[in-house]
Ligand binder design. Structure first.
Ligand SMILES: [Zn+2]
Length: 84
């Protein structure tokens, strides 16, 4: 659906880019990708440097791609600031 447009028009996506924000909309693809990017299976995948079965299952359940999750993590203020 709203691919590529990085959550434009979504208040929760806008807020998450600018501040630590824990709001999500299930109807927004970028919100779902951000939710997955903060999840334990995603952190575990990063730590192991591979896509774990749990992470793949979560991607399928939330109907987002790994690429979308990576993009959401980059745009996420909380994760940007946590990396410092
Ligand atoms: Zn959103």
């Amino acid at each position: 659906m709203e691919n590529g447009e990085a959550g434009k028009g979504c208040d929760d996506c806008t807020s998450a880019r600018q501040q630590v924000w824990s709001g999500f909309r299930y109807g927004c693809l970028v919100c779902r990708a951000r939710m997955v990017s903060r999840s334990l299976p995603c952190h575990e995948s990063r730590r192991q440097l591979r896509l774990t079965p749990e992470y793949r299952e979560l991607l399928a359940r939330m109907e987002v791609s790994h690429e979308q999750v990576k993009a959401a993590a980059v745009a996420d203020f909380e994760q940007r600031s946590a990396r410092v």
